[in-house]
Design a protein. Structure first.
Length: 294
């Protein structure tokens, strides 16, 4: 898939009533890359993602909001044809099979006078195959495990056949093994299809391991953006999360790994040593979109 858009925002301010959540934000999402948004609770991460998906309209004073070369001329109602948004779901729809739910991803392509056709069948089959949910096609969604359900929701988004995928906390409610399973799936999609992926994650170490581009928000403003090596630093963790930490090299991925320092310091344990305060982690090689992840 060829990604021919550049998703950008200029002077973006988002509010709920009189409460400003995102303020004067300038941001660019690299095409064909995996971008992860991190930040403390209530800093505006999910609100920003909702704005990207056009579920939340910006105020008129925004100079430019989420323009894209391929999408600028399109009316807002056509945005779902070009981007897919998937939120974290606890909801288990009853009485619906996996194939039926995935098929609902074709809704943006339907009109009042159109009928389901072979193209729709092919899109659903491709989405099931890409997410390894083909064996689950005839099963009820409410009978699946958390990891299986999350893959099905992603399959529904893929059925829209967009080159921009937005995910709000796709690993929430999942255990460690299912978190890795979902993130590996998204990485495979990015590599094989060139899909631009933007997602919100809470786990800083997973964010650093899987992201090509990392965005750190603090109180609704952009604190830092760049490669994981540039963004995930001890200074950023302190400023964004109010947490003291040590950032070292992840022995598995070679990416930065954050070790939090709480009130009960490891030094207080008998025989333990204080974490090294050596030089902050620095990547030996620049991280580029689509680069190999270990």
């Amino acid at each position: 898939m060829t990604t021919d858009h550049q998703l950008t925002a200029e002077d973006l301010t988002l509010s709920y009533g009189d409460r400003t959540v995102v303020s004067s934000l300038d941001l660019a999402v690299p095409p064909g890359a995996i971008t992860v948004i991190v930040g403390a609770n209530a800093c505006g991460k999910s609100t920003l993602l909702r704005s990207m998906s056009r579920l939340l309209a910006p105020p008129a004073r925004a100079a430019s909001c989420w323009t894209a070369r391929r999408c600028t001329a399109s009316p807002p109602r056509n945005w779902p044809v070009r981007s897919a948004c998937c939120r974290s779901h606890r909801w288990r729809p009853r009485g619906i099979t996996v194939s039926d739910l995935v098929g609902r991803g074709r809704h943006p392509h339907q009109s009042m006078f159109s009928r389901w056709n072979e193209k729709d069948d092919a899109a659903v089959a491709s989405a099931l195959e890409a997410t390894a949910t083909e064996p689950l096609a005839d099963r009820a969604v409410d009978e699946l495990s958390g990891g299986q359900r999350q893959r099905v929701w992603i399959a529904m988004a893929l059925a829209q056949q967009t080159d921009l995928l937005l995910l709000d906390e796709p690993t929430t409610f999942l255990d460690a093994s299912h978190q890795i399973e979902v993130l590996d799936l998204l990485t495979d999609l990015n590599r094989s299809r060139g899909t631009t992926i933007v997602m919100v994650l809470h786990d800083l170490d997973l964010a650093a391991r899987y992201a090509d581009h990392l965005i750190a928000l603090a109180d609704g403003t952009l604190h830092a953006a760049g490669s994981p090596a540039e963004v995930l630093t001890e200074a950023t963790v302190r400023a964004v999360f109010g947490l003291e930490s040590r950032v070292i090299e992840d022995p598995v991925s070679g990416r930065p790994l954050m070790l939090p320092i709480g009130r009960h310091h490891v030094r207080e344990r008998p025989g333990a040593q204080e974490p090294s305060s050596a030089e902050p982690y620095q990547s030996e090689e620049p991280v580029t979109p689509g680069s190999a992840r270990k």
